[in-house]
Design a protein around this ligand. Structure first.
Ligand SMILES: *Cc1c(COP(=O)(O)O)cnc(C)c1O
Length: 208
């Protein structure tokens, strides 16, 4: 339930000595239809939603165009043209994606803001740029006039590795002078809050 997730976030913030207003919950609605989203998320007045696949997301964005939709999953260059309705894309991991967003967004009413997805290197995970390459992506985004708000990572399942990944991402965010840290999901949101997350992407826990 979404209220339970908010309670967990508040508790974690208290333990970390952080203000809960610094931590945004992205309710991840993948795998759930409009009715379930209405009951589990919208009925609680929550308006920031995340989807990880474009094909699944588009009809939902169409049904609820006034919500704050984030794309959190891997984005292929040939799907960029469908991204106009997202306010934030969490999964930028290549120069080609940046160039395509720059090109396509010329005709959009609003250009989504961006996070760079970083693979912190604790597992052979397919997506994300390396920590070494992230500053080059940031520089390219700036050259193209695109707005990068921060970094995102998908952490390993193992809590110790997750903790190391979160700490590493926070350090990189500081080095790069960015604001947001999108990290932490249903199972590890407390660890992420402790490590400084400003955006939590929580799916399952919002729906049980
Ligand atoms: C599904 C998903 C989440 C949410 O995961 P839960 O374990 O359901 O909370 C977060 N981030 C990404 C990229 C996802 O695909």
């Amino acid at each position: 339930m979404l209220p339970d997730v908010l309670t967990r976030i508040e508790k974690a913030c208290r333990q970390a000595g952080r203000n809960p207003t610094e931590v945004k919950l992205i309710a991840v609605t993948k795998g759930h239809d409009l009715e379930e989203i209405q009951t589990a998320v919208l009925a609680h007045g929550h308006t920031i939603l995340g989807e990880n696949r474009i094909q699944e997301a588009l009809p939902k964005l169409e049904a609820y165009p006034n919500l704050d939709w984030h794309l959190i999953g891997h984005l292929q260059t040939n799907k960029v043209k469908f991204c106009a309705g997202f306010s934030l894309i969490h999964s930028i991991d290549s120069p080609r994606l940046l160039e395509e967003i720059h090109k396509r967004s010329q005709t959009w009413l609003q250009t989504p803001e961006l996070l760079l997805e970083v693979n912190m290197g604790f597992e052979a995970q397919k997506h994300g740029t390396t920590p070494n390459e992230a500053p080059e992506l940031l520089a390219l985004a700036k050259d193209l006039g695109l707005t990068v708000r921060g970094l995102m990572t998908v952490a390993p399942q193992d809590p110790e590795l997750a903790q190391a990944a979160f700490a590493g991402l926070a350090k990189l965010r500081d080095q790069m002078g960015l604001e947001h840290l999108s990290m932490g999901m249903s199972d590890d949101l407390e660890l992420a809050v402790l490590a400084g997350a400003t955006m939590l992407r929580v799916g399952r826990a919002c729906f049980v």
